[in-house]
Design a protein around this ligand. Structure first.
Ligand SMILES: O=P(O)(O)O[C@@H]1[C@@H](OP(=O)(O)O)[C@H](OP(=O)(O)O)[C@H](O)[C@H](OP(=O)(O)O)[C@H]1OP(=O)(O)O
Ligand SMILES: Nc1ncnc2c1ncn2[C@@H]1O[C@H](COP(=O)(O)OP(=O)(O)O)[C@@H](O)[C@H]1O
Length: 305
């Protein structure tokens, strides 16, 4: 039985007659193929990637498992439509905190149409993509059993200044984050989520070393999806912090050239996360939302889902 995912934080979302991804009970995520070249590009990427023997296993683990494509009933009621069948990255998680971070200061491939480039350029300029090399594209943070998740409006965190992006990255790993609270994030879980030999930073550094060498693909508009279980962290258990790369609708061949757009964005994200680990107490007194007019971020409601 297919259903709308409980924990999708960005992208095209199913429900209310709209076309979006679905999940089943066995841990599979069904993403509808967009009718234009975006759908075929993503299938081409997954097909090529899954059979490419030059991809080391320690890098392959950063990508969802691909199970091919399948014709299923689309969520918008339009009938049978081909879907990518992928590993559901949050299957088995109870209350995952999730952040979708779109990497690269440029989100369009060189082959894109002028109209599409113009649309993307506008978004890249208006968000943190251009200045920082990445933008937070989707977010939910588990608060508590009573309050559920803090899932602020998507537009509220895509255009943040560097200081406020830093603040969100801190809130993501804090025990005192909620819709109501604007207290300084305590970064309680920074060391077990971002840090350590198997934490997010170590994983990102491993991915970076591959990007310093690989010239097979250029990953425009692709995201890293960070997940962990705050409840486990609260109980002093390993919170299962990990990331996977997602959204390959704009991946093109690398043509023997380094993907400097993705690599640059990745280095920038790594720098932000490393600084949180080296200066966990230095919370963002300079980044008052009230000063920067970004109050909307802090007024989002917690969603009990
Ligand atoms: O349709 P929009 O304006 O919401 O833009 C979509 C993006 O939403 P956002 O910029 O985050 O608001 C959306 O971004 P997210 O996946 O939500 O981060 C995608 O970039 C989507 O493109 P595609 O399906 O991957 O080609 C984008 O769709 P297209 O621009 O490709 O239609
Ligand atoms: N394999 C997956 N497993 C679980 N959730 C996923 C998976 N792929 C994507 N998602 C969820 O869907 C959102 C949008 O995914 P994306 O591939 O970017 O779709 P779109 O092309 O519609 O933007 C992500 O932010 C994430 O929450």
């Amino acid at each position: 039985m297919l259903k709308v995912p409980d924990h999708q934080v960005a992208g095209h979302q199913a429900g209310d007659g709209k076309l979006g991804s679905l999940i089943d009970d066995s841990g599979r995520f069904y993403k509808p193929l967009q009718g234009d070249e975006r759908g075929s590009r993503e299938v081409t990427f997954y097909t090529s990637f899954s059979s490419n023997t030059r991809i080391p296993d320690h890098i392959r683990r950063f990508f969802p498992v691909f199970y091919g494509t399948q014709l299923i009933e689309a969520s918008d009621g339009s009938g049978l439509l081909p879907h990518l069948v992928l590993q559901d990255l949050v299957s088995g998680r109870l209350n995952p905190s999730i952040m979708d971070i779109k990497i690269g200061s440029r989100t369009w491939a060189p082959q894109a149409s002028n109209d599409y480039i113009e649309k993307c350029l506008k978004k890249d300029r208006e968000t943190s993509s251009l200045p920082l090399g990445f933008r937070i594209s989707g977010l939910q943070i588990y608060v508590s059993k009573e309050l559920g998740f803090w899932k602020p409006e998507r537009t509220s965190f895509q255009r943040l200044s560097a200081d406020n992006v830093r603040l969100v990255l801190r809130k993501f790993v804090s025990s005192n984050t909620s819709a109501e609270s604007d207290s300084e994030p305590d970064c309680s879980f920074a060391s077990i989520v971002y840090g350590g030999s198997t934490g997010i930073l170590a994983q990102l550094l491993e991915l970076k070393s591959w990007f310093e060498d690989q010239t097979i693909y250029h990953f425009y508009s692709c995201s890293v999806l960070l997940t962990y279980e705050k409840e486990l962290a609260l109980k002093g258990r390993i919170p299962g912090a990990e990331f996977k790369l997602i959204d390959f609708a704009h991946v093109v061949e690398g043509g023997g050239v380094i993907d400097h757009n993705f690599l640059g964005g990745l280095c920038s994200l790594i720098k932000f996360i490393s600084e949180i680990l080296t200066t966990p107490d230095e919370c963002t007194s300079k980044a008052s939302p009230k000063d920067s007019g970004e109050n909307r971020l802090w007024s989002g409601n917690a969603n009990n889902e």
